[in-house]
Design a protein around this ligand. Structure first.
Ligand code: HEM
Length: 117
């Protein structure tokens, strides 16, 4: 079971790379007001959701305690990220506020995941 959990943590981290990496590649465009949500960001956010839910199930099946408050907050932030990226996925230019919100919420989730032990 440990190996399976670690595989899903790895997939979870690939999801972060796609979501945050997609955001970082658009930073210069954001300064010029021409940033857009890329497919990598949408697929990364979806990967976070699927692997995150799977990790909760796997940890519970393995009798490991899951911090429900922490996971609940991470899920709530991801729902906002996913909603923004999904709704605006076809817009050629996304306003700065929405773009910064996705980067900031993703970063917040990384700190919640790692600092809240
Ligand atoms: C942008 C969104 C997210 C980010 C950046 C993120 C980040 C992370 C990171 C860095 C880890 C590894 C931490 C460690 O092993 O010490 C992790 C683990 C985990 N994540 Fe996420 N996560 C996100 C969304 C979610 C969601 C939506 C769920 C569940 C619905 C979830 C559930 C979990 C679980 C169960 C673990 C393993 C146990 C733990 O360390 O708490 N994550 N996440």
């Amino acid at each position: 079971m440990d190996v399976l959990i670690n595989v899903f943590v790895a997939l979870h981290i690939i999801g972060i790379a796609s979501l945050l990496g997609g955001f970082l590649t658009q930073m210069k465009a954001m300064g010029a007001g021409t940033a857009r949500f890329t497919p990598a960001m949408l697929h990364g956010a979806l990967t976070m959701l699927v692997t995150g839910v799977a990790l909760v199930g796997l940890n519970q099946a393995d009798d490991q305690t899951v911090n429900n408050v922490k996971i609940g907050i991470k899920l709530a932030l991801l729902v906002v990220i996913l909603a923004l990226v999904y709704v605006k996925r076809d817009e050629e230019k996304v306003d700065k506020g929405a773009f910064i919100a996705v980067g900031a919420l993703t970063t917040a989730n990384i700190f919640i995941a790692t600092v809240w032990t």
